[in-house]
Design a protein around this ligand. Sequence first.
Ligand code: BDR
Ligand code: CA
Length: 312
Amino acid sequence: MSDRIPLLIDTDPGVDDALALLMAFNDQRHEVIGLTIAAGNVGLKHTVRNALKLCEISGRGDIPVFAGAPEPLLHPAPDAGYVHGQDGFGDIGYDAPAKQAETEHAALAILRLSHQHAGKLTLVALGPLTNIALALKLDPTLPRRVARFVVMGGAVTAHGNITPAAEFNFYFDPEAAHLVFEAFERIELADWEATIAHGLHHERVADWLRADSDRARFYAGISEKTRLWSIDRRGDYWYAADALAMAFALAPEGTLERALRPLAIELEGAHSRGASVVDWRREGGQPDKVDILLKYDQERFEALIQAALAAR
Ligand code: BDR
Ligand code: CA
């Protein structure tokens, strides 16, 4: 058996998810053992198809893809098709992938793989936490078998991106986020505000996308719409949230600053549903469970992306 670290990724691809997946496929220290798919950026039908297509383009058709929950646990939520394209991959009309998803449900696959790789597994969540919450409901002992759990989500000083206070992944399914943050003793968090602090200059990204590789060509196509949207809405820098979370997961030694604090998910509130409330001053006496990424080595982050795009 390989001595690489087993990596299970729960994701809702999504353009920035796709970049994170390319980084994971390209990493020598980790072995991607499966993709469990959530609804989020767009509907489940699209996110599953996008995951299968990305594996195919990357020559990683061997990675099993498991479809998960088609909607949040309790309340319907709007998707982010206006950012990622209505199909989540920039509406380029790619040919259908040859393979289909496995028949096993994502939540069951998470549990099975957690047993198979108990104590070694790195779990990375790049979308709404619905599948992981379902897995926890089926088997609350899941956290004991997970060595590292890295999550992209939240806005740790309430500078959200989908509402003033909330970030998209947690806002899409706050109940799931609440269950997950209650259950795990330690979560490594890359939030939206860290994303904003690690922007990628559009000209540099365009330059990387000229690399002579199938991956780069495909990625240039699927990301074009969202990059144009981002130039229009957000200026000179592009913000690839899931790619930063993946850098944090794959190469934690690139972390320059982090903070360990209690964190709760807001479920109510006219203005704050889905917000991640960090107890910065430790007023509430709750345990420090969440290891928050504050600063990552920008050069290293960009090098990981570049390498992932150029790989054949
Ligand atoms: C997160 O929301 C999604 O749109 C992205 O894929 C990322 O996971 C950023 O808030
Ligand atoms: Ca995502």
